[in-house]
Design a binder for this molecule. Structure first.
Ligand SMILES: C[S@@+](CC[C@H](N)C(=O)[O-])C[C@H]1O[C@@H](n2cnc3c(N)ncnc32)[C@H](O)[C@@H]1O
Length: 338
């Protein structure tokens, strides 16, 4: 039996994409940057952004109802702590993710019905087997995607560094390591460690620049390649963050077997992933994981796996799962070659 309360709850859920778009407009206008130094009136913000003052006032009202900013006594607006994370220069910024979500993901998600009916990714429905190839056709999409991944990885890296001891590793290779956002800080914390960031050629420039900027380019280099073909045998440990969840089991096994071939018998494989709970609840992190699972389904064709499913995948690829170290919402799964 439905009640009015239940109907209104559903009504709210149905409209949740509006929240994404309100945050997106704020990100595009740079409102968080403009409010960084203190509160401003809608008039001042309109002048700085070139927006219409009255409509901007209505956007600010909406932003205040979702906790991005708060109205001050004199009719101005101040940033909240949550809103401060929309500032592109914030330590924990999600500005690029706001842009990725609104400009790319929500557009792709509008085709979710077709994916659920066919089991095919957006790329497969367009006749392509690999969504990263599809993204590669538009360099501006690649840049937006990579910038958003950097933000997520930057947020998670301190948890990874706290949860796992990298000190016994001589040479660590980050397979699918993007611009080195994870490997860079690991090398900064472990001064003797050498490193290799392995990714598609299109990541070379950003990675070299980043590794130079954070002062580890004398020990960490970028190597371009395709992890479906081969992975260079240079490291005693390989780390993969947010890689295996991108791919279905067959492609994941190919990547993991290539890592197995590249590692010495006593080497280590580290997977940094979120784990799907056996029984997802309505908790925030379970919802995030279940929605990420659908994002993988529509996007690259992967899935969010339980610990048991990772164990099985590793087993099929010649590894034994040795330990799982929780790292915030992520986990570091350590596996050993069998
Ligand atoms: C989801 S992102 C994760 C990036 C990074 N590990 C992180 O967590 O920030 C997936 C990465 O895999 C890389 N990638 C995709 N296909 C690849 C391939 N065939 N060979 C090597 N890298 C690939 C992408 O360029 C991208 O950097």
């Amino acid at each position: 039996m439905s009640s009015q309360v239940s109907a209104l709850k559903l009504f709210d859920l149905i409209q949740s994409h509006r929240v994404t778009d309100v945050i997106y407009v704020a990100a595009r206008l740079g409102l968080a940057e403009l409010l960084r130094e203190g509160p401003k009136s809608p008039g001042e913000l309109a002048k700085a952004t070139g927006a219409d003052e009255r409509t901007l006032g209505r956007l600010l009202t909406a932003l205040s109802t979702i906790g991005i900013c708060a109205r001050t006594g004199d009719g101005g607006y101040a940033l909240t702590e949550v809103g401060a994370c929309l500032d592109g220069s914030a330590e924990h910024s999600f500005k690029s993710w706001a842009i990725l979500e609104a400009e790319m993901l929500s557009k792709s998600w509008s085709g979710m019905l077709e994916t659920i009916m066919t089991g095919k990714t957006a790329a497969q429905l367009m006749g392509l087997s690999n969504s990263f190839d599809l993204m590669g056709r538009s360099p501006e999409y690649v840049d937006k995607f990579n910038a958003a991944m950097v933000e997520l990885t930057r947020l998670v890296t301190p948890n990874v560094l706290r949860s796992y001891d990298f000190s016994g590793i001589r040479h660590l290779m980050d397979v699918g390591g993007g611009s080195g956002e994870l490997l860079g800080p690991i090398a900064q914390q472990n001064r003797k460690l050498r490193g290799t960031v392995f990714d598609l050629p299109r990541c070379a420039e950003a990675a070299s620049k980043h590794l130079r900027q954070i002062g580890v380019d004398d020990r960490v280099e970028f190597v371009a390649g395709d992890f479906f073909k081969t992975v260079p045998a240079v490291a005693d440990a390989i780390i993969l963050k947010s890689i295996i969840h991108d791919w279905d089991d067959a492609r994941s096994v190919t990547i993991l077997q290539n890592c197995r071939k590249a590692l010495p018998g006593e080497g280590k494989l580290l997977l940094v992933e979120r784990l799907m709970p056996e029984m997802p609840t309505m908790a925030d992190e379970d919802r995030e994981q279940a929605l990420s699972d659908l994002n993988m389904l529509r996007g690259p064709g992967g899935l969010e796996r339980t610990k048991g499913q990772y164990r099985e995948l590793l087993d099929q690829s010649g590894f034994d799962l040795a330990a799982v170290y929780p790292a915030g919402r992520f986990n570091v799964m350590e596996a050993r070659p069998r």
